[in-house]
Design a protein. Sequence first.
Length: 360
Amino acid sequence: MGRKLIIFGNGVGMALAPDKFDLKKVMPMVWKNYGDSEKEKDEQRLVADCLKGVDETTGPSDEAQLMGAQIVQFGHELISGMVGDDNLGNWFQDTAQNFPTAIAKYIYNVARQLNENSKEFQDDERFVQFRNGLIPFISKTCSHIATLNYDTLFYSAFNEEQEVDGETFQNCKRQPWKTDLSDGYRAAGFGRNHFERPPDNDFGFYLHLHGSPLFVEEDGQTKKLKRNELKDHTPQSARHIILSDGELKPHLIQRSDVLSLYWRMLDKAIDESEEIILFGYGGADKHLNRLIREKLSKPKYVIEWSGTQHLSTGNEVIEPQEVPADTFWQAELGENTTVKRADDILAFREWDDPSGFYPF
């Protein structure tokens, strides 16, 4: 039983409660609740002005629809960095100066809402059984975990003590000589050196590839909030959360010292792992697919819902057509890719040997 890299999309949350974890439903709800004050309404209109083809009253319902707002944010940051804070008034009206805060507030609150929703399902029996099959495996193998979603379903599972079959586990500990997983944070803060292993422990990495509402900026420093601090946090930045069109994600990742390091550590995690398991991931992040595809000799397993539809892509495709799952994933991840489709992905327990999972 060797080390693996397990990459989670939002499939676990979707399998538990689609209404609570589907961005197409969460994003409009957060937009509706943006705020009632005149200042907040002005901020929301700033964001709405950048959303081509999106109804201002309902707001965006897809990551790709935020592309215009993200491009404007890049421009705002570029100008601000060139002219300096003292001269911003010469370039932006008072309201426009607030644009980075306006878009950050919306993006952060989407991630925060998903975190809130996940609290409802921490003790859901289906999730507990699924979680309990994974926790001992992580402890035994020090396998790597990477997440692409913003909910914190697994955060409590890994960071708090869990009893499984009479044995107590806590995968994430702040002591590097005791932990099974490291997310790069210690009491002293975040750093590359926190992924360096002591001689007596070969721990795995816990990588939030698209960020978390727990990661915030305070006084120019990156801090990780406790979950009970989230509700009182006033976001000024969403630098450590990725909610955007896929083509922009690599650029947004590089703006964050946390996320850019996570992606560098992901490359190391791939090299160290004997297999890669992609669980509940739809395949839309081309930058991730390219990175995995480079490791052609690595066995790759995709565990996905049987109703997932895949569309053909590419420069020569005039109108995307639905294609078989095997065809889609072979094109995205390369050779040595096995697809397992199940009516209930939470029934999966075969972390040690995914080839032995027979969902039907």
